[in-house]
Design a protein around this ligand. Sequence first.
Ligand SMILES: N=c1c2ncn([C@@H]3O[C@H](COP(=O)(O)OP(=O)(O)OP(=O)(O)O)[C@@H](O)[C@H]3O)c2ncn1[C@@H]1O[C@H](COP(=O)(O)O)[C@@H](O)[C@H]1O
Length: 108
Amino acid sequence: MTGFSLSDLEATIRERAHSGDPESWTAKLYARGIDKAAQKLGEEAVETVIAAVKGDRQGLVSESADLLYHWLVVLGIAGVPLDEILAELERRTGRSGIAEKASRDGRG
Ligand SMILES: N=c1c2ncn([C@@H]3O[C@H](COP(=O)(O)OP(=O)(O)OP(=O)(O)O)[C@@H](O)[C@H]3O)c2ncn1[C@@H]1O[C@H](COP(=O)(O)O)[C@@H](O)[C@H]1O
């Protein structure tokens, strides 16, 4: 398993967003704002769906990577940290209460 995480990508995006590098796609998206970034996210979602339906495994991997990257850019522009999404997902598993209790009991 790779050691690379969505948190790593989020950190890269945060760093590149305001880099001022004219070659940076991230900086370009941030400069163009939420409408353009959300449009790209939608396009990548559709391309991911098409790859899945076609049974294009390699396409699904590639489009999924594009999708997650553009999703993190949209979250970044909207000011929503990845951690907030992970906390929401954790809450849905019903485990967050256990983690909070363990933390309160000094076992966290
Ligand atoms: N993961 C990605 C990533 N995935 C996709 N893309 C870019 O997303 C863009 C969208 O591709 P498309 O073919 O859909 O779009 P396009 O046709 O080029 O653009 P439009 O004509 O639709 O505007 C491409 O330019 C890709 O390079 C990414 N750009 C950056 N990253 C990550 O972000 C880091 C920083 O990148 P820069 O900000 O470019 O330095 C990189 O090191 C990567 O880790």
